[in-house]
Design a protein around this ligand. Sequence first.
Ligand code: KG4
Ligand code: ZN
Length: 337
Amino acid sequence: MEELYLGIETSCDDTSCAVYASERGVVIHRTAAQLDHGKYGGVVPEIASRSHMRTLFPLYETVMEDSGVPLSSLAGIGVTNGPGLTGSLLVGLSFAKALAYGSGVPLAGIHHIEGHILANALEGPLELPALVLVVSGGHTQLVAMERIGRYEVIGSTRDDAAGEAFDKIGKLLALPFPGGPSIEQAARGGNAAAYDFPRGLRRSGGCDFSFSGLKTAVRLKVESFDELTPQIVADVAASAQEAIVDSLIEKSLFAAQETRARRLYLAGGVAANSRLREALEERLAASGVKVSWPRPEYCTDNAAMIACAASHHIKAGRVDGLDLNSFARGNLSSWAA
Ligand code: KG4
Ligand code: ZN
């Protein structure tokens, strides 16, 4: 019989539920984005957790109804238990535990970053070993992945994450939150060579990243204008995007050389950026490294990736008890032997 897994993701502001089948992939996936944060210029943790409380149960009911899968027939339930906002995580975790307790279906706590990495497996079988560039709102990491469950973080950001840099620069330019998609859009009408913004740790720091210098340089540039005309906004957006993309590519190239990787996967919300995809593909192909990424809905936070990760955990016998806790911070670590 087909094995079906339910995924629940509430680590930040988006509430998401999905059902995934090992053989045929995503059966159903629904994500409810929270729109309130725009007026505050960022995610407000208390608003996020209250919104998960309102949204999660009806969303779950819709997903189960539309998939036609009875809860008791599931092979497992996967839930993001960290890293993320504690209040938000606890809503999803308590809900998943209640479902597991009531139905006897096995439960697996999933590290959010492993979920993002395995979003690539939703597009087809992974070619491993591979290097993964994880670029989200909270993380920027290069991960050497030997196989599913074996991860080595070989580089991380020393300050801001790439998505955080996009969001902060978007705010400086008074663009709508989140900054990533807004900057990508504004950059289309701009000149990427208009301003020469710094690329952090260009010739140092191994596979590590740094984006705080860029953020300061953009702030100083923005403050130097009397008025932010649409053309200035477009040029600053395009130049800042180019600086972020360039740093991500330089470090990926360096890591690929160091690890002799032939394969690179992109993961996380910033992987939805088309300039990053295009430039990365072009420059890594020249070094013989094949690059791919999940479709946009699986780049940003979603429960399909969590259900997929849960299928691997549960098949490997990695089941959690009802004492499973959430964690706000914590590195991705290996679980497979
Ligand atoms: O993975 P994600 O949905 O949530 C976290 O785990 O953090 O990533 C959210 C981040 C935000 O910082 C957002 O600005 C960025 O992903 N993002 C983008 C794009 N779409 C989302 N950044 C650049 N270009 C995009 N198209
Ligand atoms: Zn995420």
